[in-house]
Ligand binder design. Structure first.
Ligand SMILES: Cc1ncc(COP(=O)(O)O)c(C=O)c1O
Length: 450
């Protein structure tokens, strides 16, 4: 019999924890006041206030999994910059490369000797032969969409309802009561994005088949596991069906592995034997310094070459000045050599399994109507008894006040998990003791809530 978590118990916890937050963080409060004079919403990036705390914590230092805020409070970080610091903050090998790179120049508009090595490492790890560098995963996705449209001559793309692929206009389309709508929250979008995008539910093979069968879609842009609306796992056979249908309809399959890189050194695609035509890797690929890459198959490379041979000269709309820089290549080389290896991933995955099991045990202990999922080193608990099978179902579960109460409770006890949902990452600096502290924090939190 599941326990009940009442609105009253959630509200009481949130009220008390907000008061405690104010008490613990006077210096962050002062910094927030000062920052509000010159930063939009008081922060250098407007979503930083969306954590839901009375004001943002101001972080003075981040090293490994240790965060120290302006008031001197310490935290164990399981958010890890929402994957940007998936291998820890300032991991030693990266810090050393950065120190050396600081003597050698950052950007020259020309390749560095690291280029062939990084290309080889990417090809070897992720199984695709050709690569390009961008500054962010959003940029990489935008570039891939352009190439796909150019070489197929098709205007539309297809995405899954509830996905997130960064600041990529065409992906802000969703399903509401079975109808496709452009996201009204998107700022300053003059186009009707419905003309550029088709959207279907994840795990819905029939809908996918119907949407792709006119052969008018340039590419499917997808995460192999949806990770931005809680976590939605693919049903058995769904990704294989996606691959087969895209092949049959001449649609390019792009796997955005920016978050699913937590699966192992070749991402989820590598671990599952999926053979996408293109892959996007962002966030941790240079350890949290702005860099991303996209890779593509031999066949796509040939089509790109053929397209380029007939293209009108001029600006391509692909590529920015700081992309492919000397600094990015040096850092990516270190990350790929040091952290994107089976040996580096094995202990992370073991520890993540312990976290998953510990949370599952706490859920059972209190009969909480929750569940927990894991993708490699990434763990997420969702406050519903059943796993959502698609973005529509997941949207009805996440962003509940209970998430906010849990986040405040943990923050005030020195544990950070990812805002907006309940995601936790394990990195090389995470210890068993850190994992146990999070499990214990959740245990105590649930003891109060149920
Ligand atoms: C799957 C996925 N792709 C792309 C992005 C965009 O990354 P960035 O904000 O670094 O451009 C995100 C960001 O959360 C993401 O989750």
């Amino acid at each position: 019999m599941p326990s009940r978590i009442t609105d009253a118990s959630v509200e009481a916890m949130l009220t008390r924890e907000k008061a405690l937050f104010l008490q613990r963080n006077p210096k962050s409060g002062t910094l927030a006041d000062q920052s509000s004079k010159h930063w939009l919403r008081g922060v250098p990036m407007h979503w930083m206030v969306d954590w839901g705390t009375p004001f943002p914590l101001f972080i003075a230092k981040a090293s490994g999994v240790d965060l120290t805020d302006a008031d001197g409070n310490s935290y164990v970080d399981f958010c890890l910059g929402d994957t940007g610091a998936m291998f820890g903050h300032s991991p030693r090998a990266l810090a050393e490369t950065l120190r050396r790179a600081s003597e050698d120049g950052f950007t020259t508009m020309l390749p560095s000797p690291d280029a062939p090595v990084v290309g080889e490492l990417l090809a070897e790890r992720f199984g695709l032969p050709f690569w390009q560098v961008t500054a962010t995963a959003s940029d990489a996705n935008r570039s891939v969409l352009r190439w796909c449209r150019a070489i197929t001559g098709r205007k539309k793309i297809l995405i899954f309802n509830g996905c997130y692929h960064g600041a990529v206009d065409e992906t802000f389309v969703s399903l509401a009561n079975g109808r496709q709508i452009a996201d009204p929250a998107l700022i300053g979008e003059p186009r009707d994005l419905n003309e550029l995008t088709k959207v279907v539910e994840f795990n819905d093979i029939a809908a996918l088949e119907a949407a792709l069968s006119p052969s008018d879609v340039a590419c499917v842009l997808a995460e192999p596991v949806m990770t931005n609306i809680g976590m939605v796992l693919p049903d058995d056979g769904f990704l294989a069906a996606l691959r087969a249908i895209t092949r049959r309809t001449g649609t390019i399959l792009v796997m955005d592995e920016t978050h699913c890189m937590s699966s192992g050194p070749g991402g989820y695609s590598g671990a599952s034997g999926l053979e996408p035509d293109a892959i996007v890797l962002g966030k941790p690929i240079a350890g949290g310094v702005p860099a991303a890459v996209y890779g593509f198959s031999d066949e796509i490379a040939q089509r790109i070459r053929a397209y380029l041979a007939t293209r009108t000269p001029g600006h391509s709309g692909i590529g920015t000045t700081l992309s492919g820089s000397k600094l990015q290549l040096a850092l990516m080389r270190t990350m790929l050599e040091t952290y994107f290896t089976r040996e580096a991933f094995a202990p992370l995955i073991e520890l993540a399994k312990r976290l998953e099991k510990g949370i599952a045990d706490v859920i059972i202990k209190y009969g909480a109507p929750w569940h927990v999922v894991r993708v490699g080193a990434r763990v997420e608990f969702m406050c519903s008894p059943d796993r959502p099978r698609n973005g529509g179902e997941a949207a009805r579960i996440i962003h509940q006040p209970v998430d906010m109460a849990i986040h405040h409770y943990l923050l005030n006890r020195g544990v950070v998990i990812t805002p907006f949902h309940n995601m936790m990452l394990v990195c090389p600096a995470t210890t068993k003791a850190h994992v146990e502290s999070l499990i214990q924090g959740l245990d105590h939190c649930l003891a109060e809530l149920v």
